[in-house]
Design a protein around this ligand. Structure first.
Ligand code: 8YV
Length: 312
């Protein structure tokens, strides 16, 4: 009896083997493939292990009449229609906390890479072109002013790291938090005006779509740098590209984009950006911890026990 459906071609060989070693499992590449599966198999499935960013909506859920759990591989579950899941009494779980350090590390690394022009520096040395001349001088990061957009678990890890770089920490959040002397802003545009760096650490989904608007980016200005490690949807990407191209926004360091992995080609022509292929959580250690947490939720559900990290 196949009680687990593995959904998503983003799973590695090892992750798939671990899941199907623990539970009798079938596999499909995407949520949109579920409705086309054999009816008997669809009826057997009680839990889904999901990885990736393809939309998982009501139609895919309906095609699995005995579905009780969608276990997401990732902290962000914006691809899953949680309202539809809740309406069908389908539980959703995610993998919070285990990735906070890696995502925060990458954010800081991207900031340094952007400010210090590290990729071009590497290329100059690696290509043997250093004797032809030095790089133009770059910009100092330590001691600058940074605004964290969304002081959740990842935002706080980023802020803690940047405090060690002697940066002046500002933040927006649903409510003011207890912090060691950091400045709370109720208004994002006002914060953007006050800082040199804006680091987006919001959840994805409709409630944060376009939160970093053209107006906010203009307020950040020609000396400002936008950093995004959350979801491409949180930023008005077209406005960001316009402003980067015209020099009205100083730069960007991005791990996430609107149309991943088909990133807007306009990004490639800019030399004020540092770009990463959505790899914030992409270390061996963290992906293993995420896989373990996903499986722990599936194990608990299929054994009738409490879920480890429920969302709804
Ligand atoms: C992805 C992420 O889960 O956790 C998240 O929200 O965006 C990532 O860690 C990972 O890329 C697998 O899709």
């Amino acid at each position: 009896m196949t009680n687990l459906l593995i959904v998503g071609n983003a799973f590695t060989e090892e992750e798939r083997a671990r899941l199907s070693g623990a539970h009798a499992a079938a596999l499909v590449a995407s949520p949109s493939d579920i409705a086309g599966m054999d009816m008997t198999l669809r009826t057997e499935v009680r839990a889904v292990a999901f990885k990736g960013h393809a939309p998982f909506g009501a139609e895919a859920m309906q095609a699995l009449p005995n579905l009780g759990l969608i276990a997401n591989f990732g902290v962000g579950y914006d691809a899953i229609d949680v309202t539809a899941a809740t309406a069908r009494s389908v539980a959703v779980t995610n993998t919070p906390d285990v990735l906070n350090d890696d995502v925060a590390d990458l954010a800081v690394g991207m900031m340094l890479a952007q400010a210090r022009d590290m990729v071009r520096g590497h290329l100059v040395v690696a290509s043997g072109k250093w004797p032809e001349g030095n790089l133009p001088l770059n910009r100092k990061m330590s001691g600058g002013k940074v605004g964290i957009v969304g002081l959740g678990r990842i935002g706080r890890e980023i802020a803690n790291r940047l405090a060690a770089f002697k940066m002046d920490i500002h933040y927006t959040s649903r409510s003011e938090k207890e912090t060691p002397g950091w400045t709370y802003h109720a208004d994002l545009k006002a914060m953007a005006q006050a800082v040199d760096w804006l680091v987006v650490a919001l959840v994805g989904g409709p409630e944060t779509e376009g939160h970093v608007s053209r107006e906010v980016l203009e307020a950040l200005g020609p000396q400002g740098v936008l950093v995004n490690i959350s979801r491409g949807t949180t930023v008005d990407e077209a406005a960001m590209l316009d402003l980067l191209e015209s020099g009205k926004l100083g730069g960007a360091a991005l791990d996430v984009f609107l149309n991943e992995p088909d990133v807007d080609p306009r990004f490639r022509r800019l030399n004020t950006v540092h770009l990463q292929p959505h790899q914030g959580s992409g270390t061996v250690e963290t992906r293993r911890a995420m896989a373990e947490l996903q499986l722990a939720n599936i194990d608990a559900f299929l054994a009738g026990k409490d879920l480890v990290t429920p969302v709804n």
